[in-house]
Design a protein around this ligand. Structure first.
Ligand code: HEC
Length: 313
């Protein structure tokens, strides 16, 4: 781990920026690393990203025009995944969440029922219309909670189903990572994933077009996001609702890897955090202090998460 720590340190100081190559050259030269080996970064083609952006816009336009392209009220989902198209048999009435001036419900809607009184479409989405996990691949971290943060902060670039095809992806250079590519992602340690999410691309010698999230997310939130990413290893764009709701991950936990449960006692983790937090303006405030756990709301300690995930939801 010494090499990794040294790299993080140099990257945090911005020294590597002097020796790193321009993004376009670097992509061809394999900027990404998996187990120390340089490999080509897994990203979508420009054609795929242009199509994703068009689909997003089309769905938005359809909704405005009352064609009810998306009954979720979450514009891009139907087009980007093909899941959740309307069925002809059922009816959505004015006042229902997702009503867009036409009849019909979606298959997923039929499956889970209406939102509770006063509940937002967004909550319905994250709680009901997305995969739910009964186990975790990262001890002490809950993929169900990670998923919610992912939907808030990550989809614009990495896409609804982590395929690297969010509506903004075509405008980001280098392109956002496909987070489901197992032959790349499964070789990354939890510490590497945690570090890039908290400290941004520069913290692991990648580009700053991957922002740092440590000013927004507590450490436990980030662990939960890591668990969500692990739960989606090698999961492709869903072909059916079953596929979509029950992603099957190929990730096998890496021996001796740092986890949400043992992070507090791990020296590599402590070193990496110190360096990242030194350059995070929001850290050190009451909301996001140090080890990054503040009680309340959605947030639960790793030990509580471990207990809950073990028992199922
Ligand atoms: C503004 C667009 C954008 C947003 C939003 C974004 N990312 Fe990224 N992300 C990127 C880009 C671009 C890269 C690739 C950077 C590179 O290749 O240098 C990347 C890379 C990554 C990687 C892979 C790093 C590696 O080792 O190859 C992970 C993991 C990741 N992002 C997770 C997240 C998570 C989790 C979120 C939400 C909390 C998020 N990203 C939000 C743009 C974004």
């Amino acid at each position: 781990m010494l090499q990794f720590r040294t790299l993080s340190f140099i990257a945090a100081l911005g020294v590597l920026a002097m020796v790193s190559m321009p993004a376009n050259v670097a992509t061809a030269e394999k900027r990404c690393k998996a187990q120390g080996q340089r490999v080509e970064c897994p990203v979508q083609s420009d054609a795929a990203l242009a199509a994703a952006e068009d689909a997003y816009e089309k769905e938005g336009d359809d909704m405005v025009a009352g064609k009810a392209g998306s009954t979720y009220g979450i514009a891009p989902f139907d087009y980007l995944t093909g899941v959740g198209k309307r069925t002809a048999s059922t009816e959505l009435t004015k006042g229902d969440s997702g009503y867009a001036g036409a009849t019909g419900k979606t298959e997923l809607w039929d499956r889970v029922g209406k939102p509770a009184e006063g509940e937002s479409v967004y909550n319905q989405w994250t709680h009901n219309w997305s995969p739910k996990f009964k186990s975790t691949l990262v001890p002490g971290a809950d993929p169900n909670e990670g998923k919610q943060w992912y939907y808030v902060y990550c989809i614009t670039c990495h896409g609804w189903t982590l395929q690297g095809d969010g509506p903004a992806a075509i405008n980001i250079d280098p392109r956002p990572r496909i987070l489901t590519k197992g032959d790349y992602m499964n070789k990354k340690t939890n510490l590497e994933l945690f570090t890039v999410i908290k400290g941004g691309g520069e913290a692991i010698d990648l580009s700053s077009s991957m922002p740092a999230w440590g000013n927004f997310l507590q450490d436990q939130d980030i662990w939960n996001v890591v668990a969500w990413i692990r739960a989606n290893a090698d999961v492709g764009p869903p072909k059916s609702i079953e596929d979509y709701l029950n992603p099957k991950s190929t990730f096998k936990p890496i021996a001796d890897d740092v986890t949400a449960l043992n992070a507090a006692k791990n020296d590599d983790f402590a070193d990496a955090q110190e360096l990242i937090e030194a350059v995070l303006a929001g850290r050190g405030t009451a909301a996001l202090k140090g080890g990054g756990f503040v009680e309340g709301g959605l947030r639960k300690r790793a030990t509580v998460v471990a207990d809950k995930v073990g028992k199922g939801y």
